[in-house]
Design a protein around this ligand. Structure first.
Ligand code: DAH
Length: 337
């Protein structure tokens, strides 16, 4: 009897050793057949318990069953170990093609802003920038908006402190530039602007490119020539523009510049509401009142200025129906540009 128990333990130990040492599925299968197969050593031994005298059977049976259980568990463990090594090897397969990471791109607004600035740079302008948090002085006062004057209502403002506000337009950069430079000045100033506006064509944060030219003998013909060159370069070579009388405190005279409708070419459609024209930007001849704030002599120089909505220009150029598409960060939209 004790001989049989010892045999069970010794076969079990050999089985465990063989399973632990198996380096691959073939080795493991060979070891399984040797110990647990229908004619395996442990299987036969278990079977032989039945031939023992009745009083020895329970103890021997229990020992054999335990050995079977332990050995089968060890086999299962070995199976898992080998499967894992296999998948680790697969993960390290250096011959697999590399995984492509999605490459980002410039946002449509940044691209449009760059494109606009590049057109003006080719026309002789330099790019400058100004702060988004601006003082009342630069945003309004030095641009000829008197305190408490109703013209300020055109641009409802987000104040962040006493006489400190989020700029409502890029026009303050005109003053900041003229304070620092003497004519000739040919600059464009791109950047973010803020207003209390929110509908399908307005967002509380939006973008403008400001333009300012102050030089000797500048006339409204220069304004029209430069803006026409811009429109044909940015939209299409046959884009017509027209000037419409308007009002801005810092220009005199002032003009809205329209482009021929990008959809119907001027015949009249839903986009241009039948007029054939789309409003593009505000402009005008620099009001000599501004020169007093910066120490320029209006008898020596004259100039023109303009302010272009970048979001608006992008919407017109790419036919966007809602300004919000630009700010929702939805890749299905952004990837199209
Ligand atoms: N600052 C104006 C606005 O945001 C746009 C504008 C109009 C800018 C006329 C100019 C200009 O430089 O001359 O409504």
């Amino acid at each position: 009897m004790s001989g049989l128990l010892e045999k069970i333990v010794s076969i079990q130990n050999s089985a465990l050793q063989a399973f632990n040492q198996a380096a691959n599925s073939q080795d493991l299968e060979k070891a399984r057949v040797e110990f647990l197969g229908t004619k395996g050593r442990l299987t036969e031994l278990t079977r032989s318990v039945g031939t023992l005298p009745a009083e020895e059977r329970p103890q021997a049976g229990q020992a054999a069953n335990e050995a079977l259980k332990t050995t089968k568990a060890a086999h299962q463990k070995a199976l898992e170990r080998i499967a894992e090594t296999k998948s680790q090897k697969a993960a390290l397969d250096v011959t697999l093609p590399g995984r492509r990471r999605p490459v980002g791109r410039q946002h449509l607004i940044s691209r449009t802003m760059t494109e606009i600035c590049e057109i003006f740079e080719r026309l002789g302008f330099t790019v400058v920038e100004g702060p988004e948090v601006e003082t009342d002085y630069y945003n309004f006062e030095a641009l000829n908006f008197p305190a408490d004057h109703p013209s300020r209502d055109m641009q409802e403002t987000l104040f962040v402190g006493n006489k400190l506000l989020l700029r409502t337009h890029t026009s303050p950069v005109q003053i900041r530039t003229m304070e620092k430079r003497r004519p000739p000045v040919w600059i464009v100033a791109p950047g973010k602007t803020y207003r209390r506006d929110d509908d399908i064509t307005h967002s509380p944060m939006f973008h403008q490119v400001e333009g300012l030219v102050v030089d000797k003998g500048i006339t409204m013909a220069d304004l029209k020539g430069i803006l026409s060159a811009f429109a044909t370069s940015f939209f299409s070579p046959d884009t017509a523009i027209r000037l419409r009388p308007s009002f801005f405190p810092f220009t005199e005279p002032s003009a809205e510049v329209d482009i021929a409708c990008v959809l119907c070419g001027g015949r009249g459609c839903r986009l241009c509401k039948g007029s054939g024209w789309l409003e593009l930007l505000g402009s005008g001849m620099v009001d000599p009142a501004l020169y007093k704030f910066v120490g320029y002599d209006p008898r020596e120089v004259s100039g023109f200025a303009f302010g272009l909505g970048v979001d608006r220009a992008a919407m017109l150029k790419y036919g966007l129906s809602n300004i919000r598409h630009l700010y929702e960060g939805d890749l299905r939209f952004l990837e199209q540009f």
